[in-house]
Design a protein around this ligand. Structure first.
Ligand SMILES: NC(=O)c1ccc[n+]([C@@H]2O[C@H](COP(=O)([O-])OP(=O)(O)OC[C@H]3O[C@@H](n4cnc5c(N)ncnc54)[C@H](OP(=O)(O)O)[C@@H]3O)[C@@H](O)[C@H]2O)c1
Length: 235
């Protein structure tokens, strides 16, 4: 099984790299030339590194990267610096999803690729009725207006939701924390608490575990396909 990780140098991917490599025969990982990655990645024969930035990657490049993959996972996120938050590319995650879809269309003869987007609980699934308190709505409106990264996360999920291709899942963690081992976690259709005023924790390693299981367990995939599960560590 081969999985393509889109811009793999972030905290979520790095945290569990060994676990993922143990699980899969092959991983293709896109990183930027400037990304800081462990030296061991460069010599791991199960890991193919692809060095490119989003603006350097054409649809044909993405077709090449996706060829032979069963799944593609995006853990992309804006760096929390002035440049990352406010300068180009402002639609980083949405553009990546568009690129994947355009490439996937060109690969239509192949079996359906699973697309997994790491999204956020702060993004409401507008495809179903989700209850959001008035004060949470207000804060989210401010975030959307002043932080393009939040709008990007919303638009990336909207792009998946409104596209006819149904073989995707957008995983919505709450406040991310680092832990060394997988613990019990629960996936819900919608948030069960206020993500701004009453957040709960989600371990990065649990996010990865859930994503890996989505790729390998067909029953789980069918349960969550075309949905936006919210993931919480079990209390
Ligand atoms: N932090 C939280 O509590 C929280 C909660 C829920 C959801 N989320 C969401 O979860 C996602 C992943 O979070 P994370 O903490 O694992 O992310 P992260 O550590 O910030 O990693 C972001 C990744 O995106 C890459 N990236 C940033 N700008 C890029 C660009 N212009 N071109 C190509 N790649 C670029 C980074 O590459 P470099 O290493 O080269 O910079 C890195 O690989 C994000 O979308 C975030 O919004 C976060």
């Amino acid at each position: 099984m081969t999985v393509l990780i889109l811009w793999a140098s972030g905290a979520t991917w790095k945290h569990v790299v060994q676990q993922v490599l143990n699980e899969w025969k092959k991983v293709k990982a896109v990183v930027r030339a400037s990304s800081s990655i462990p030296d061991s990645w460069k010599t791991n024969s199960n890991l193919t590194l692809i060095t490119a930035s989003i603006s350097q990657m054409s649809v044909d490049d993405m077709v090449k990267n996706l060829t032979g993959c069963e799944a593609v996972v995006s853990c992309l996120g804006h760096n929390l610096t002035f440049r990352g938050m406010f300068l180009h590319p402002r639609k980083l995650v949405t553009d990546a999803m568009k690129l994947v879809y355009a490439a996937n269309e060109k690969l239509s003869s192949q079996k359906q690729i699973k697309i997994i987007l790491m999204n956020t609980v702060a993004n409401t699934n507008r495809g179903i009725k989700e209850t959001v308190s008035k004060k949470q709505k207000l804060v989210l409106r401010l975030l959307r207006t002043f932080f393009p990264l939040h709008l990007d996360n919303e638009q990336a999920a909207d792009y998946l939701r409104l596209n006819p291709y149904e073989n995707w899942v957008a995983v919505r963690p709450d406040a991310l924390i680092d832990e060394d081992t997988v613990t019990e976690y629960i996936a819900y259709e919608s948030p069960i608490r206020d993500c701004i005023f009453d957040p709960w924790k989600t371990s990065r390693i649990n996010v990865w575990n859930f994503m890996m299981r989505l790729i390998t367990e067909e029953i789980l995939w069918k349960r969550w396909k075309w949905k936006m599960p919210v993931l919480y560590n079990k209390e």
